[in-house]
Ligand binder design. Structure first.
Ligand code: DGY
Length: 331
């Protein structure tokens, strides 16, 4: 009797049992059913002990040169359950003939909800206002500017990267009587309706910085966008501008952001993403009243997470049965 050798699949996170049941018949699973996060070091030692043919990845495990060389020739495919794949060295995977599956197309709405939340919370100074209530400061100031925020009506919104997520954010902001939406990115978009043609204006990054009241980062992190928001960028922004980042922390130079917020170069920032993640609790940005930081919860919707895992499981099953993946990163 011949025994079939199943490809070995390393999974770095606990996943609901139905996905394990779908994978088990095809793969020899390297899986630990525990809720504690697995570190990069632990992953490297699991790979060293028994190199996998494929990996199903959650979170920020770096698929870098070191990991890939430890994995060696056996590794054929990496399936990330995220839409972003900046944690994967795509070029090195290409050199080694490793295919990459990812999970786009289902996250835009929930990330856009969070972008609007961060924008409203920062513009209305909600964390300062809540603290004032708790500290008994309510009613202690006759300053007419006390706890005044920044209105959205008639404002100019700047969106860096008008992809699915950027567009979902724009659509949510339209009912707030905004004046216009500036956007920048690789290409100008074609809009069908006359309203959209008037509302959306394609501009250069510098112009967007100069003219926007609210700037929202919704682009991918890559060599062109890394540290795009640096000291020079903050100098060009309005002093009462509000910055929201739901994309990747690496798009902002955080030291420059700290100085810009501290020195009043911009008014406030709302961040879902930072470098590193998690952000150390003694990070200077956490000392600022005008900076709101949440722990990368943009994709925090259970049904979206299930859909992203399903896409990734299908990517794996398809790849190992010789079919095209549902979503493959073009190498
Ligand atoms: C993604 O999928 O890339 C989002 O950042 C959610 O983590």
């Amino acid at each position: 009797m011949t025994s079939i050798i199943r490809p070995r699949l390393l999974i770095n996170n606990q996943i609901p049992s139905q996905f394990i049941r779908a994978l088990e018949p095809v793969f020899d699973l390297d899986y630990q059913d525990i809720a504690t996060p697995v570190s990069q070091e632990q992953i490297l030692s699991r790979i060293r002990a028994q190199p996998p043919d494929a990996m199903l990845l959650f979170g920020k495990i770096l698929i870098d040169k070191e990991l890939l060389s430890i994995a060696g020739d056996k590794l054929k495919m990496v399936a990330t359950t995220s839409v972003g794949y900046d944690h994967i060295d795509v070029k090195e995977c290409q050199n080694r003939g490793i295919s990459i599956g990812y999970a786009p197309g289902v996250i835009a709405d929930v990330v856009a909800d969070l972008a609007v939340t961060l924008l409203l919370v920062t513009s209305k100074r909600i964390n300062e206002a809540m603290r004032a209530v708790r500290n008994g400061e309510w009613g202690t100031s006759s300053d007419i500017g006390w706890m005044c925020g920044k209105p959205l009506a008639n404002s100019t919104i700047g969106i860096v990267g008008l992809g699915h997520i950027g567009l979902a954010i724009a659509r949510r902001l339209q009912p707030f009587s905004i004046q216009r939406i500036l956007y920048c990115g690789k290409h100008e978009k074609q809009f069908d309706s006359e309203n959209d043609k008037k509302l959306f204006q394609f501009v250069q990054f510098e112009e967007l910085l100069r003219l926007s009241d609210f700037v929202i980062i919704a682009c991918a992190l890559n060599d062109e966008t890394r540290n795009m928001f640096n000291r020079k960028a903050f100098e060009q922004m309005k002093n009462d501008a509000i910055l929201v980042n739901i994309a990747r922390g690496g798009i902002i130079d955080q030291d420059a952001l700290y100085d810009a917020l501290k020195n009043g170069q911009i008014q406030a920032a709302g961040l879902d993403v930072t470098v590193p993640e998690p952000l150390p609790t003694d990070h200077p940005l956490l000392t600022l009243d005008n900076c709101i930081i949440v722990p990368h919860i943009g994709g925090g919707d259970l049904s979206v997470r299930y859909q992203m895992i399903q896409i990734s499981v299908d990517n794996l099953l398809n790849f190992f049965s010789g079919k095209p993946m549902v979503h493959q990163v073009n190498l």
